[in-house]
Design a protein around this ligand. Structure first.
Ligand SMILES: Cc1cc2nc3c(=O)[nH]c(=O)nc-3n(C[C@H](O)[C@H](O)[C@H](O)COP(=O)(O)OP(=O)(O)OC[C@H]3O[C@@H](n4cnc5c(N)ncnc54)[C@H](O)[C@@H]3O)c2cc1C
Length: 310
């Protein structure tokens, strides 16, 4: 296994790249392993990231990787971490190429799997005309007729929110809406239409959306569709290493528990980015990676100087 790394960062999305930059600048021997599956890679651009607003995700990640090249203690490896276990000196991670790497600290920045409804037509429009976050994509579809796919009370909130971006918003209940009279009145007052017809699919060329198609053969013009998602861990890695998850939240089903310094329940194991949050965004992931890495450097220094490790 050779010399232990000071830190292995698993995942090179916004959180992992941001952490690796801090670790590299602090001259820590750092291995970054990444499977190349950042969650927003299909999106037209990154909405709402200061300094990079609207920038295509692939370009943003390439720029992050280029910046890391300036720091000789950082090695970036394409691949997947398959398994992990605790070790006297820290952690051992096993990569898909069969190599085993020892590290004093591990930072999990593996992101989350976004699961959306299985409606035909979503996959090819995902992150473009079909989206889960109006703050990320609402601007691009502003003033178009917009739809919210959701039958229950969460749909009410999301439909009212979407009115920020368009006067023409329809709540697509895909069957009988499960709403009380008060909610229906709120929607009516805000000018939101409720359509209870069964939704069958989406219409429009390539990744664009022009209409929602119903099972009764009808269609409704629609230029942007907000859909519900749930976020799930992508692998059993955190569990293998012993990290505790939080109770299921409104968005993330099994986010990891971390303290304000992004330390998990396992000493020496930190986590940052989507893996730990209920409010995912690139900006939050960058900030979390930055803080987590600075705290890791502090902890390694404490250990080296015989202070209480953290
Ligand atoms: C379609 C879509 C559009 C979005 N648009 C926006 C937007 O416009 N603005 C915004 O602020 N936010 C947006 N978001 C949210 C934002 O993309 C995420 O909050 C952010 O990218 C999370 O960063 P991360 O580093 O935690 O995870 P990710 O970016 O998902 O990166 C995790 C990386 O870890 C790798 N990985 C996972 N497991 C392993 C393993 N075992 N071994 C090796 N590598 C592994 C993955 O392959 C991936 O490359 C969007 C999300 C989606 C799904």
């Amino acid at each position: 296994m050779g010399n232990p790394w000071d830190c292995i960062v698993v995942g090179a999305g916004a959180a992992g790249l941001s952490a690796a930059l801090v670790l590299g600048r602090a001259r820590q021997r750092t291995l970054v392993v990444d499977a190349g599956g950042q969650s927003n890679r299909d999106a037209h651009g990154i909405g709402g990231l200061l300094g990079h607003d609207g920038r295509p995700p692939a370009e943003f990640y390439a720029a992050g990787r280029d910046e890391l090249a300036a720091y000789p203690t950082v090695e970036l490896r394409s691949g997947q971490v398959l398994r992990g276990e605790r070790h006297d000196e820290g952690f051992v991670l096993e990569l898909a190429d069969g190599s085993r790497e020892l590290a004093r600290r591990v930072l999990l920045a593996t992101g989350m799997d976004y699961r959306f409804p299985g409606l035909p037509g979503i996959v090819e429009r995902w992150g473009r005309s079909v989206f889960h976050c109006p703050f990320c994509h609402g601007w691009e579809v502003r003033d178009k007729p917009l739809g919210v796919l959701d039958r229950g009370v969460t749909g009410v909130h999301r439909a009212l929110l979407l009115r920020v971006w368009s006067d023409d918003v329809t709540l697509l209940a895909d069957g009988p809406a499960e709403l009380d009279a008060e909610d229906l009145e709120r929607l009516r007052e805000a000018g939101v239409t409720v359509d209870e017809r069964r939704v069958e699919g989406l219409r429009g060329p390539d990744s664009r959306l022009t209409a929602v198609a119903f099972a009764d053969g009808g269609e409704r013009p629609c230029g942007g569709l907000l859909v519900p998602v749930t976020l799930h861990q992508r692998s059993a890695l955190a569990e293998q290493l012993g990290a505790a998850a939080t109770a299921p939240g409104p968005l993330a089903v099994d986010a990891l528990e971390v303290d304000p310094m992004f330390r998990t329940s396992v000493p020496g194991l930190s986590a940052a980015g989507d893996l730990t949050v209920q409010a995912p965004s690139v900006a939050n992931a960058v900030a979390a990676g930055n803080t987590a890495a600075a705290m890791l450097v502090g902890g390694l220094m404490n250990e080296a100087r015989g202070l209480t490790p953290s």
